[in-house]
Design a protein around this ligand. Sequence first.
Ligand SMILES: [Zn+2]
Length: 578
Amino acid sequence: MRICTIASRCVFRLWIVCVALAASGVSLYGQAPKPATTTKAVAAGRPRLVVMLVVDQMRADYVDKFQGQWTGGLKRLLTDGAWFRAAAYPYAATETCPGHATISTGAFPASHGMVANAWWDRDEQKMVTCTSDPNVKNSAYAGGATKGGDSAWRMKLPAFAEELKFQTGGATRIVTFSLKARAAITLAGHSADAATWADGTTGAWVTSSAYGTMPFIEGFVAQHPVTSDYGKTWALSLPAESYLYNENATGAATVEGWTTTFPHPLRGKEGGKEPDSAFFEQWGSSPFADTYLTKMAEAAIDSLGLGRTGATDYLGISYSTPDYVGHRFGPRSWEIQDILVRLDKDLGELFAYLDQKVGKGNYVVALTADHGVAPIPADMQKTGFDAGVLSLPELSERIEKALEPFNYPKPAVARIAGNELYFAPGVYDKLRQDPAAKKALQDAVERTTGVAGLFWAEELSGGVKSVSTTRTAAELSYFAGRSGDIFVLQQPYWLTDSSADGSKRYTGTGHGTPYYYDQWVPILLMGFGIKPGEYFEAATPADIAPTFGALTGVTLATRDGRVLSEALVARRGKRPGQ
Ligand SMILES: [Zn+2]
């Protein structure tokens, strides 16, 4: 389980100025919809637009707890849509990149290969992110700054959106938005008309040469700089008595310039007079970022005429902010409750916009999450239950010590990333022939407080063959060459901490385990071809892409997911939108 705090790579880093971005591209915004290259691409009885919505870190129980306070899009999904109440990821790697790749491909990490947000590259002997690509170059819209290159080249299966475009003659337009590259890219696939994300260090809106640029995005970003939200305040949306739990969540982490209680001003560092790095961090952790993504998606619907040019188009939006808020304030916070109230309003507006532009019943929507989240350990401890933080450097040290009598290279452990432990070259091969050293190592790991057990790579490879749910989960996450040599399983409610400073103990929380609080997410479907209702059948987010496939006549290669046929209108006869 990773803790996404300031010290780790999944942190929401600095958001730097895009004030000066407004200078270019204005005239390009608002271009007229392009006519479809072929009208026969839209067969009768298909939705005109497929909308994939992901709410990063949205636990399924939020729906049960908070739905009474929703009046907008989340409410409409529950009222007019199909609600799968027992949907969960069956695998261990409950992180953003694996989750989005699973949603988009309809397959699990053992098939699509996106085993984590980042993993240890054994050839390069360094960490690589799931989207880093040395052969492409990122570029920022509206004069913003960015660097590096990102694409879906490490994703071993095509996304549903790509299959849709390929199998319907190419007229489909694929457009995705998120604050995170790993979300926008995996939702889109290897190529797209537009995949847009925010640079984690400069705050600029970014794409890469794998996708190319879009004039309407250039115009939108120039006309709507993020800095125009400077000076706004995130205040409670509802009366204080409407919120569960404590105003000051136990163990909550702060965002620079904020306290752990409302209101949360977007004014950067304390005493700051203009947008600074703290402002961009605050913005990404506020409802204003969700609203921005929604408006950018509406600009795509309008400018490209999504759903109006004869083809079945694809729009993906991943709302990252609930993840940033959840990491800091935890699942039992006023902030999580409030961010969903605000998202409910945004989604209500988005659906109203789609009704107007595409037509009610002409589009199909799925909403799900990429993973859940654990309670903040300090908060869980208050119940008297065992919870804590497992220090990975300390675990590493114990392993080195256990191997000391056996003549192994030092260090024997190259890296522990979350649950994945990677040995230095040659160490694992040697251990296989050395039962005494292997046992000493295993004993050392298993005797560490907070560790529940471990699985060796050789136990996990070769597909699912286990009856243990946690080992099955690790098997479904195992991809040879990318996964670690050992999967270290912590106890429930324990986070891992990669900080080298043993004295640090984090506030905030994380996810990434095969425990149900990380796996259980909502699946909501609505619109074209969907039969409303509550469904209690087992489901996983890998079922969404095959279900979209059934609605659009598109075939996927893998069968990790299933068609959620119980929520589909019978195929015979006239169907909605026909
Ligand atoms: Zn996260």
